[in-house]
Structures are given as structure tokens and as C-alpha cells.
Design a protein around this ligand. Structure first.
Ligand code: AKB
Length: 314
């Protein structure tokens, strides 16, 4: 059997940074090719500068390394996308179509294309949002995710491409800072807390959103990618849940470690984005199909974040 070679697009981003070492452990350092617009601060294993909007540059890497799996993690997120909707749409769609097309042409065996809770909008039930809810997103990022889900299904049905996808909640991690998202407050708050600083939150205190700790997000991704193809009944994107909380509840969880810690609430344009999203997610289809079960709740995630971030500021 041919050995797997995995290509990661957007390797320097929030998920790529944490996923890369796990893929390297699974497939071998020499068999995971990291790519991004710029080299990482610390290189480990093969790295190529790649602008994934350029199909020829992507094709060249897929051919040279004989890539068998692609994780497409490059995207403009919800809040940043609203600053320049057409740029965000073009970047998100062009990179996606390039990935699907090169995968079809060069018989890439498996492709991971993330979706997001941002795919949901006004008409989806807010609590325990079901897998098959209406998708009428309020952001250009959400629109691009719905389109990506449909393009993935199309390539699967028409060309038999093995594309798999998760609707990520807000991902919380200590390895790197997220950029341009609406759920980013739930990471920035920890950086303030461990430095003994007060936190200014751009969402209102009672804004409940679905979130997931990075360890769970990575395990879900790798478990989905390893699942036998006949267990994958959803070829658009699977609902995925970890936990749900409000900024006030997260502040209280942090105060268990730092009683002096405080948050002030100054909602901005991101409040409307958050209010267009679910408050919690029903991920029962992922649980049934490939055995998904999250391990991190709010107290456990808070403990991990504080433990891992504290040394960085000492
Ligand atoms: C964002 O806030 O834009 C992302 C997401 C929920 O997809 N973290």
C-alpha cells in the first residue's frame, strides 16, 4: 500500500499549529507537508510557502510530494470577513475549489474541509441545533461555509472524492492566537487573566455560544478522517459539540483560579454575528456514525488553558 503523504494548507493558523505535531506523530515528520503564506517561526518538517488561491502552485506541491491527503485549513473568519466581504468570499471559495479540483485530478485519497457553526443563521433553532437545520448565515464567512459544504457533497457524489467535514464551534487553544473570529474572546480572556489584567469583552455577558477545546477539536478531526468511509453518512459537514457557555460563565470559571479577575463588557459589531449563531449544538449524528464524544467541559478546559498559558508569561 502507498504510504500516506499529508498536505496541510494554512499550517500556521490556530488549528494548523496544533494539528501539525499530531499528524507528524501519526504519519511521520517527513510525510506531512506544511504550507502557508509565510514560513513559521520554528520550522519542523517539510514546509512550502503557498498561496492556495493559485491553482498552479498548489498543483506543483501535490505532484512533487505525491500528496494523498489534504487538510484545507486556510480561511478568512467571521469578523474579519465582514470588513471586506468580496475579498473574503474570493479567498475562501478560490482556495476551496483549487483544493477540490487538484484532489480530483491527482486522486488525493481523503480531503478535510472545515465548516463552522457560522453556517447556521436566523432560521436554525438556537438550542441543540439539529444536524439538518436551515442554513441561512448572516456573514460572508458563513455563506462561504455553506457553499463549501455543498461543493464538498458535489465532489463526493459526482467524482467519488472522499471529502469529510466538521462544523467547528469556537475553538479554544493555548498554542496560538486565533485571528478574525467572533469566538476569539474565549481565547484572549485567558491571556489577560494569566497576566493579572482585566479583560474587555466585545460580546455581552449573556451571549451563549458553542465552543470546543483544541484537544477535542483535533481528536474529532482525526477520528473523522480515520473512520471507515461507510460510516460517513454526512458529506456536507457534521455538527460537532464540546461545551456552551457565556462570557459571564467563563469569567466565573477563571475567577475560581484568579478571584481578582474581572471582565468589562463592550459589545461591538461582533455581537450581531454571535446572536445569529446557535447557542448549543446537537451532534448526535457524529456520535452515532463514528462514535464522537467530547472530553472537555468548561471547568476542565479552564484548568488546561491556565496551566498551559501561565509559563508563557512568567
Ligand atoms: C469564528 O468565530 O469566526 C470562528 C468560527 C466559529 O468558525 N471561530
Amino acid at each position: 500500500m502507498q504510504r500516506e503523504t499529508v498536505l496541510v494548507i494554512g499550517a500556521n493558523g490556530q488549528i494548523g499549529t496544533a494539528l501539525l505535531p499530531q499528524l507528524q506523530a501519526q504519519f511521520g515528520v517527513g510525510h506531512v507537508v506544511a504550507t502557508d503564506l509565510r514560513p513559521p517561526v520554528v520550522e519542523s518538517g517539510p514546509f512550502e510557502v503557498l498561496d492556495a488561491t493559485k491553482p498552479d502552485a498548489l498543483t506543483d506541491i501535490v505532484r512533487r510530494y505525491r500528496v494523498t491527503q489534504i487538510y484545507h485549513l486556510a480561511a478568512v473568519l467571521s469578523a474579519k470577513g465582514e470588513g471586506d466581504p468580496l475579498w473574503a468570499w474570493n479567498l475562501n471559495m478560490q482556495t476551496l475549489l483549487n483544493v477540490l479540483e487538484v484532489s480530483r485530478q491527482y486522486q488525493v485519497r481523503k480531503v478535510f474541509v472545515p465548516s463552522s457553526i457560522a453556517a447556521f443563521g436566523e432560521h436554525a433553532p438556537k438550542d441543540e441545533t439539529p444536524q439538518s437545520s436551515p442554513l441561512d448565515p448572516a456573514t460572508v464567512y458563513g455563506i462561504s461555509k455553506v457553499a463549501a459544504e455543498n461543493w464538498s457533497l458535489y465532489y463526493h457524489k459526482r467524482y467519488g472524492l472522499d471529502v469529510r467535514s466538521l462544523r467547528y464551534p469556537g475553538v479554544i487553544s493555548y498554542q496560538s492566537m486565533p485571528g478574525g473570529g467572533t469566538t476569539d474572546y474565549a481565547v484572549s480572556i485567558f491571556h489577560a487573566a494569566v497576566q493579572g489584567l482585566p479583560f474587555e469583552c466585545f460580546l455581552a455577558e449573556d451571549t451563549r455560544l458553542p465552543m470546543i477545546y483544541m484537544d477535542d477539536a483535533l481528536r474529532a478531526t482525526l477520528e473523522l478522517m480515520e473512520a471507515p468511509a461507510d460510516r460517513i453518512s454526512v458529506r456536507t459537514s457534521y455538527n460537532l459539540a464540546g461545551m456552551s457557555f457565556t462570557p459571564a460563565e467563563l469569567t466565573a470559571a477563571i475567577q475560581a483560579y484568579f478571584p481578582e479577575f474581572s471582565t468589562v463588557y463592550k459589545p461591538d459589531f461582533r455581537q450581531a454575528i454571535a446572536e445569529s449563531w446557535p447557542r448549543s449544538i446537537d451532534d448526535s449524528v457524529a456520535r452515532q456514525d463514528w462514535g464522537w464524544k467530547p472530553a472537555f467541559d468548561l471547568p476542565r478546559m479552564t484548568h488546561e488553558m491556565i496551566t498551559n498559558l501561565t509559563p508563557a508569561y512568567q
